[in-house]
Design a protein. Structure first.
Length: 131
């Protein structure tokens, strides 16, 4: 369905950051499957590597990529940075995004708590998914 890559790993004292990139093949997977792959990649990185913060650059023209970035848990800057990346062969503006390991862990804990104490809507959703 796609690929994920990490690069530009930097130590910052006792912390570290790495940039993360994603690429998907058109019409091979649903949007939901792509987001699941993205979240899985984030989880693998935070679980298995000494990375405290993930960063990314999302082309401002790519609305689907911006939605994907937010769905994976990243926080995006309000305004894009001009001429930051090359997109489709030309200089382009991009949104900077970040996701810290503590923020990711808090989201995962909240998700587990929701599954342990489901609301009627969650129970209905789980019943439909199980059918």
């Amino acid at each position: 369905a796609g690929v994920c890559w990490g690069f530009d790993h930097q130590r910052m004292g006792h912390l570290s950051r790495a940039e993360l990139g994603f690429g998907f093949f058109a019409d091979v997977a649903t949007s939901r499957q792509k987001v699941e792959l993205g979240r899985l990649a984030v989880d693998v990185i935070f679980t298995n590597f000494r990375v405290d913060v993930l960063t990314g650059k999302t082309p401002s023209e790519n609305r689907a990529a911006r939605r994907f970035t937010r769905a994976c848990g990243f926080t995006m800057q309000a305004e894009p940075v001009q001429n930051l990346i090359v997109w489709e062969g030309a200089l382009s503006s991009a949104y900077l995004s970040t996701l810290s390991k503590p923020d990711w862990q808090a989201r995962q804990a909240a998700k587990r708590a929701l599954c342990q104490h489901p609301t009627p809507d969650v129970e209905k959703y789980q019943a439909v998914e199980a059918a």
